[in-house]
Design a protein. Structure first.
Length: 175
């Protein structure tokens, strides 16, 4: 069995991307890999890892600029490794928008960077209006109103398809 030393980096605003990364970490360790998870704000030396996963959430329609800065500063090293990128967003809750080819945020990511990871994925996030500050809650409710999503201020829904995340871990492990 091929095992690797894997780094999982997350850019998470409200915690769902970090939660997905923790699940990936568990899945990848269960098959013998050594896995380190890190916030994008505190990434260890990439040189010691065989594989790298970068997960980033969408906030106000964009991935955090630190995601693109990280890629820009580490592109040469990333291109020498097996890598993956996944975007976490609420648009992916819709069946017609939950693939790399159909998700607007994944398309925008590919337009904004020349880095081409070995594996790309898109994962649906969650809504927890009570867990947001007033401004984020109102912005997200407005976006949900426009996109015909839930707007009740007490809404708490996890759209993440954990079976899909498990399959993603298996695919990444096989690379």
């Amino acid at each position: 069995m091929l095992v690797s030393n894997i780094l999982i980096i997350y850019s998470s605003v409200h915690g769902q991307t970090r939660k997905i990364c923790e699940y990936l970490e568990q899945q990848l360790e269960a098959v013998g890999n050594t896995v380190t998870a890190s916030s994008i704000d505190d990434v260890p030396d990439l040189a010691v890892f065989d594989k790298v996963i970068l997960g980033a959430s969408i906030r106000n329609g964009k991935h955090n600029p630190s995601v693109y800065e990280f890629i820009s500063h580490n592109r040469v090293m990333l291109e020498q490794k097996v890598t993956s990128f996944f975007s976490v967003n609420l648009v992916a809750r819709k069946p017609a928008k939950n693939t790399v080819e159909t998700n607007p945020y994944t398309k925008a990511f590919l337009e904004k960077t020349d880095w081409r990871p070995t594996l790309l994925k898109v994962v649906a996030g969650n809504i927890d209006y009570q867990g947001y500050g007033a401004m984020d809650r109102n912005i997200i409710r407005f976006i949900m109103w426009i996109t015909k999503g839930p707007t009740d201020a007490n809404t708490k829904i996890e759209y993440t398809d954990w079976a899909k995340v498990e399959t993603y871990a298996q695919e990444f492990h096989a690379l």
